[in-house]
Design a protein around this ligand. Structure first.
Ligand code: ATP
Ligand code: MG
Length: 395
């Protein structure tokens, strides 16, 4: 058992002593069996939330309407969820309403893929009701029960399936694959924010090609915001070896491959409900990448990109086989006289106090001018020289 499970073992033992069942479930069991590191330990139990709250002194109602109570133990929080079924599905989305049950089997049945439907007891014994172990062995993603029905109940499962294909580098079992193709349009019922999460996980996976080829072949892409005309690009991308570190890199690479201009990119990112911060960072990296690709990098390019923007652009350039002297650009960036306006040795206040310049648009213009002169090494970044130059400019 991994350390995370050993730490949580007393919790399961306490629940059992109170006369209930409790198991480790979900992604952490799957990842343990695969020998991968685990992020969150999920525990499922036959005890109802109010019973859990009686057993443990310190609890927080993190999702009590879904049956989840967090138990605090030695500074750690453990999510304990009552066995449940999700019997009434409406609109192809997971229901808000769940029914608590006492049977582990019922709980495992509502899970999406066989490899996500294990339970493990506190000794490490695995409950495998759907032959998930052989699917793990064969690197296969297979829906629990009837794939068609499962995707009808909750269409997000389709995106989860292809995201796991990418993350784990697994194949999708035939009937499950077929059901993806037949139900892809149901994805439109799902909130964009939730599709977004899966999409980024897919792009950042171990073998994105595996997820992208299914994304293309099952036509899921046609039901994602603003992706419908880019099938060929997804098909091509699926044949490449991609290694993507973060969300900004994913969007930067995509923007480049989809040949988007700045306006299209902002529109796309907004359609995907990205934050303004994500949009701004992606725009910086894309601008740098385009200069790199067109071989017209200047100090301005580097300055505007910032260190992270530049690194993202370089990472994407490498994967797109754009030749670039990476070390030189990083060196050029590091030796820029200033990295932002804040680094100027004279600020607005100094201009007012010591150069007699009045606040207003003219002052902004002068600061921009000083910034450019310092950036290109035409004046030293030193207070008296800057004030002098500002005064000259005013005249
Ligand atoms: P990750 O490693 O990314 O957290 P995960 O499989 O643990 O992957 P979670 O969203 O944390 O994903 O969900 C925990 C478990 O709940 C899953 O392993 C699965 O058994 C079940 N589950 C999650 N989402 C769904 C869904 N949409 N339909 C059915 N079961 C689901
Ligand atoms: Mg999880």
């Amino acid at each position: 058992l991994p350390q995370e499970f050993l730490d949580a073992k007393p919790i399961i033992e306490t629940i059992k002593q109170a006369g209930f069942e409790a198991y480790f479930v979900g992604g952490s069991v799957r990842d343990t069996l695969l020998g991968l590191p685990i992020h969150d330990v999920d525990i499922a139990t036959s005890a109802y939330p109010r019973e859990i709250k009686k057993i443990f002194k310190k609890t927080v109602d993190t999702g009590i309407q879904h049956g989840t109570v967090m138990v605090l133990d030695h500074g750690e929080g453990y999510e304990i969820t009552t066995f449940r079924t999700e019997s009434t599905y409406q609109d192809f989305r997971r229901p808000d309403h769940v029914t608590f049950v006492r049977s582990l089997e019922e709980d495992l049945k509502r899970r999406d893929l066989t490899i996500n439907a294990f339970a493990m007891d506190e000794t490490g014994r695995v409950v495998d009701m759907f032959d998930g172990l052989s699917d793990l062995q064969n690197k296969r993603l297979k829906a629990v029960g009837d794939a068609h029905e499962r995707f009808h109940e909750d269409a997000l499962r389709m995106m989860r399936t292809i995201r796991f294909a990418s993350q784990l580098d697994f194949k999708i079992e035939e009937k499950t694959f077929q059901a993806l193709g037949e139900n892809s349009a149901l994805l439109e019922k799902i909130a964009v924010e939730r599709i977004h999460v899966e999409w980024i996980k897919l792009m950042m996976g171990k073998n994105p090609g595996c997820g992208l080829s299914a994304f293309y072949e099952t036509k899921l892409y046609q039901h994602c915001p603003m992706f419908s005309k880019y099938g060929e690009t997804f098909n091509e991308l699926s044949k490449r070896k991609l290694e993507i570190q973060d969300e900004i890199e994913a969007w930067t690479l995509l923007s480049y491959c989809l040949k988007m201009d700045g306006k299209d990119l902002a529109k796309l990112l907004r359609a995907w409900k990205s934050s303004n911060e994500t949009i701004a960072q992606t725009e910086k990296a894309v601008a740098a990448l385009e200069s790199i690709a067109d071989r017209r990098v200047t100090r301005f390019t580097l300055y505007n990109a910032g260190e992270t923007g530049l690194k993202t652009a370089l990472a994407v350039a490498k994967q797109m086989e754009i030749t670039v002297d990476e070390d030189k650009l990083i060196h050029d960036y590091r030796t820029l006289p200033i990295k932002s306006k804040k680094d100027l040795k004279a600020n607005g206040g100094d201009l007012i106090k010591e150069a007699g310049i009045k606040p207003g648009p003219k002052m902004g213009e002068i600061l921009d001018y000083l910034e450019e002169e310092v950036l290109f090494g035409r004046v030293e970044n030193e207070k008296t020289s800057l004030l002098e130059l500002a005064k000259q400019r005013m005249k």
